[in-house]
Structures are given as structure tokens and as C-alpha cells.
Design a protein. Structure first.
Length: 564
């Protein structure tokens, strides 16, 4: 037998050696939970996430609500609160801006503090973090196999997506969880031959178990429905139908119970008031409403947005609209109509941004002739001609949530206006052009905090905008010039094996656990429609962005982008 060489003996001896055990003593784990929490409170978010993966004990301690509450305040609330006037009160600066001090300002996040221990601060931090990064999961709900004429109407409120169309009637989908169909109801027989043309939800209702919806039809009629969210399950109930109107098709409606507003394509505005029902039953039909006031306009053009604000003594109707102007193309305008609760007309005010868009005759391009040949050589430079054409183009969509008025254009841009409404004046600021999209923008929606979402015509590019406060400050103007106002939404797909949460690891290493859904589609399916268009509607709440898309084959789907 041949003996092994010395080299082989050396290798075997090295393999047989045992790993040396550490002699370091874990003194940190011997500390009390109170001291460990104190140490963890000084760690950044990325290190907290790592600590949660060490053991069950550290998973619980590093997930402490007060620690994540402080991180939430310092990253998402404090930068906004420090810019508010009147914050500098007595005391040290550190005390004033601490999340636990009396001087803290939670702004619109005050409800999270009011919920106390029920608020999952780590979940809220992750949610806001995903919004800032544009990271989300995506899901599709097929809602129609054939294209609807007119298009399907969609609204979103309190985690419920409302849809209305001629074929399937009124539907409600859950935007959270399994995203199932909650309720469905066919339109009344008297309206079965008239397709719906406009839809609105009462967003000011304080009753969480009852939601009212108004639907307008092509013949000028409208109906009131209620979605009951009782213990027996969600269900729709028809409450009232108004007879057709001689003024024509309804183009916009608004509802703030017991008041309703309708706007026809012939620019007639009507304000109604309903009487409170005598008894609440599922079969009760409301009595006819009282017509408080009706006005005829000659300056309101689509796209437009209507809203309704009420107090104990007055009702204010706001109509934001596109407006054609002589020599300067299209601009935006707003009208406020105030009526007393008894129906007495109080005042009507108008404002427009025409001054910011006006061009003298020598420097104006004909707004309605952009399809014709360009101007004579030497009249205007190429850059000036393109600039004027962009300014004069008709908006593709308009969204108004006071004080923000946001319009989208077919030239890949949006424009933000700030509306000022006081007891004495109504005005619209100069528009600020927003760049970021690489194709035509078909729809945009802005919320009360200045957060906005926009979608391209193809539906392949969505952006989230932070527009709070406008651009009055120098810091905001620098962000505008640098293009730091928006982030592109990047949908991601999570494998089923990783659906279980891993203590928030995706906050620091998301790319290792997810794969872009768009890439997976390209690799796994060649049967996807080549062309996808958006219908111009886009909406969002605190957790989701919802877009209505139509494929080239005619199928329509709700695409839900989940940021949780």
C-alpha cells in the first residue's frame, strides 16, 4: 500500500480542526429591556431592521412603537412642521421639535397620534418610505371584457373603488386585502337605456357604515344610491331618481348630503337639497329634492371639476375648468357660487389665470391652428414657437382640491396653480410647469396635502408628486429646477415564498427579495397586448394608487398599486 504524502496529511489535519468558539461575553443581552430600548433609540432605521432579525427578543424590542414613532416624526413630519409659522415657542429648540413635546406639530397625521397604541408606527413608516421611493406591489382586476361607450366611470374613497357603466350597473370593489367585489346593483329600469356619464361620492360623510353615491345619465337625469356596510355585508340601495332634463347630458356632479350639484354639457349648474328620510329602511325611496338655485354659464369648458362645501348657513359650489382665450390658447378658471341654506343667492365670483398666459398680438401663435403649417420664417424662434404651442394646448385632465389646481397637457408636462379664496377675493396664482414624464400625460389627481399622482397615456409611466405649499419659497423653486418634485412608481412582484414579512427587511434590501413585474412579464408571457391605454382616470388614497386601463383587445382593468 502506498503511503500518503506529508501534504495530504497536512490537509487532513487542517480539515479536522474544530472552529474556535468565541470567548467574548454578550453583556448587552444581560441589560434590562428598558436600557436596551434606550440604546436602540439611537440607531438608524437600517440598523433597527437588522436587529429585528437577531432573535425573537430583539424582534420585539427593535419594533417598539415609540422608537418608530420618533423616526416617523423626524423624517416625515418634522421637516414640514419646522417650516410653519408660530412654531418657535418658549423652550429649547430640541424640545420644540421633539415628537413627544407639547410643541410638536403632527399636521394631517394627528389622527395617527389620536389612535394611541392602535397605530402601528413601523407600518406607517414603511408605507411613507415606499411612497418616497415609488416602491409598490401591483395587481389587476379585470372589470370589462369589451370597451364601454361611454367609458367606465370610476371613483375611490375610504378604500373602496366605485364603478358605473351601462352594462354592469353600479359596482363596489375593495381596494385592500383580496380586492373582491363588495356589491353590485343594476340601474333603475327607467335609466336602463341611458348610459351613465358622471359619478361622484360624498367624501364628507361622517358615517363610516354608510356611503352615498350620485350617478348622472346621458338624458340629464341623476340617481342617488347608498352603500351600506352593515354586519350583514355590503349592499347597494337605490334611494332616488330625478327625471330627465331638457338641458342635456350631465357632465359633472357633486354630493355633500343633503346637497347635490349637477352640471350639464350646456353649462347649466343646478343645486338641490334633499329632505332627511323619515324612517331608515332598505326599501325607502327619498322624496324629490328642492331646487335651491340654477345658473347658466358661458365660460365653463371641459375638462372640469366640481366640488361642494357646506356650513350651517351657506353652501359653496366650486367649478374649476379649462377656458379658451382669444390669442392665448387655453388657460384655467374657477367660479365660486355661494347660496344660503334657504336658497337665497349670495354671490358668484370668477377668477382665471389668463394674465399669466396672455401674449400680445406680435408674439402670439394662433391657438386653434396648431395643425397648420408653422409661422413664417423669422417671426418667432423655434424654441419660442414650441413654448407657445405647449402653453396654448388644451389640458387633457384637470383636478382641483383646494388650494391646489393641477392640469395635465399632451406635451408630457403638468401645470400647478394655487387658488386663494378669502371673504374678499378669489384668485389663481401663476402656473408652475412640472416636468418629469417622457410621454403624453392623460390623467392626474391632486390631494389636499399637495400630494399628486399622474399617469401617461400608455399607462406605462406613473409619477408621485410632492407639491405642498406650491413654489413660493426659494427651496421649493430649487426643487422645481432640479426636478426633485416627483418619483416614478416602480411596481415590484413578490414571490409567494416571501409573502411572510421578514421583520421589515425590505426597508434595507428590497432588491434582493423582489423582481420587477414588468421584467417578469417580458420573460414569461408573449401574449400580452401590445398596446395599453389609460382612460384618463387615476385616483389614490393613503395606501394605493388606482388606474383604469384598456388593452388593445378592448378588455378593461383596474390596476392597483399597493404601497403597503
Amino acid at each position: 500500500m502506498v503511503k500518503r504524502s506529508r501534504e495530504e496529511d497536512a490537509v487532513d489535519s487542517s480539515r479536522g480542526e474544530k472552529r474556535l468558539r468565541t470567548t467574548k461575553v454578550d453583556r448587552f443581552s444581560r441589560l434590562s429591556d428598558e436600557l436596551i430600548l434606550r440604546v436602540l433609540s439611537y440607531l438608524p432605521v437600517s440598523q433597527l431592521v437588522v436587529c429585528q432579525r437577531l432573535s425573537h427578543k430583539y424582534r420585539s424590542l427593535a419594533g417598539d412603537g415609540q422608537i418608530w414613532k420618533e423616526h416617523y416624526y423626524n423624517r416625515f413630519v418634522r421637516p414640514r412642521a419646522s417650516r410653519l409659522p408660530g412654531l418657535k415657542e418658549a423652550g429649547t429648540p430640541n424640545e420644540q421639535l421633539s415628537f413627544a413635546s407639547k410643541a410638536s406639530r403632527w399636521l394631517e397625521d394627528e389622527h395617527l397620534v389620536g389612535h394611541g397604541t392602535r397605530t402601528n408606527w413601523k407600518r406607517q413608516y414603511k408605507l411613507r418610505h415606499n411612497w418616497t421611493q415609488g416602491s409598490c406591489a401591483v395587481d389587476e382586476i379585470e372589470v370589462a371584457e369589451q370597451p364601454a361607450i361611454p367609458p367606465i366611470l370610476v371613483q375611490m374613497h375610504n378604500g373602496i373603488i366605485y364603478m358605473a357603466d351601462h352594462t354592469d350597473g353600479l359596482r363596489a370593489w375593495a381596494a385592500k386585502g383580496k380586492r373582491r367585489l363588495l356589491a353590485q346593483l343594476a340601474f333603475p329600469k327607467e335609466h336602463s337605456s341611458q348610459p351613465p356619464t358622471t359619478l361622484a361620492v360624498d367624501t364628507q360623510s361622517l358615517d363610516a357604515s354608510l356611503q352615498r353615491i350620485i350617478v348622472g345619465y346621458q338624458d340629464g337625469a341623476f340617481s342617488i344610491f347608498e352603500l351600506s356596510l352593515g354586519v350583514t355585508g355590503p349592499s347597494f340601495h337605490h334611494r332616488f331618481s330625478h327625471e330627465p332634463s331638457s338641458s342635456g347630458v350631465l357632465s359633472a356632479v357633486a354630493l355633500s348630503w343633503p346637497y347635490a350639484v349637477t352640471m350639464t354639457a350646456t353649462q347649466r349648474l343646478s343645486l338641490y337639497r334633499f329632505s332627511e328620510p323619515r324612517q331608515k329602511s332598505q326599501q325607502e325611496i327619498y322624496g324629490p329634492p328642492r331646487l335651491l338655485h340654477s345658473l347658466k354659464s358661458h365660460t365653463v369648458w371641459p375638462p372640469l371639476s366640481t366640488s361642494l362645501r357646506t356650513t350651517q348657513s351657506t353652501i359653496t359650489v366650486s367649478i374649476a375648468y379649462a377656458q379658451p382665450t382669444y390669442l392665448s390658447g387655453w388657460t384655467v378658471g374657477i367660479q365660486e357660487v355661494k347660496v344660503s341654506s334657504t336658497g337665497t343667492f349670495l354671490e358668484s365670483r370668477l377668477a382665471s389665470a389668463i394674465d399669466q398666459h396672455y401674449r400680445p398680438l406680435a408674439f402670439a401663435a394662433p391657438p386653434m391652428m396648431s395643425h397648420l403649417a408653422g409661422l413664417a420664417a423669422g417671426t418667432l424662434s423655434t424654441s419660442t414657437t414650441l413654448e407657445l404651442r405647449h402653453i396654448h394646448s388644451k389640458p387633457t385632465s384637470l383636478s382641483y382640491t383646494h388650494p391646489y389646481l393641477l392640469v395635465s397637457h399632451p406635451d408630457n408636462t403638468l401645470t400647478l396653480y394655487l387658488v386663494t379664496s378669502t371673504a374678499q377675493t378669489l384668485s389663481i396664482s401663476a402656473g408652475s410647469r412640472l416636468w418629469g414624464h417622457t410621454s403624453s400625460v392623460s390623467g392626474a389627481h391632486v390631494g389636499g396635502r399637495g400630494k399628486a399622482v399622474s399617469v401617461s397615456k400608455r399607462g406605462d409611466e406613473l409619477r408621485v408628486w410632492e407639491l405642498e405649499g406650491g413654489f413660493a419659497s426659494s427651496a421649493a423653486r430649487r426643487r422645481l429646477a432640479a426636478g426633485d418634485l416627483s418619483v416614478q412608481i416602480r411596481p415590484e412582484f413578490q414571490d409567494a415564498s416571501q409573502e411572510v414579512s421578514q421583520a421589515g427587511i425590505d426597508l434595507v434590501n428590497r432588491e434582493s427579495t423582489t423582481t420587477p413585474k414588468r421584467a417578469r412579464r417580458d420573460e414569461s408571457s408573449e401574449d400580452e397586448p401590445e398596446l395599453t391605454l389609460t382612460r384618463g382616470w387615476i385616483g389614490f388614497d393613503e395606501e394605493n394608487v388606482v388606474v383604469l386601463k384598456e388593452h388593445s383587445q378592448g378588455k378593461q382593468a383596474l390596476v392597483i398599486y399597493d404601497f403597503t
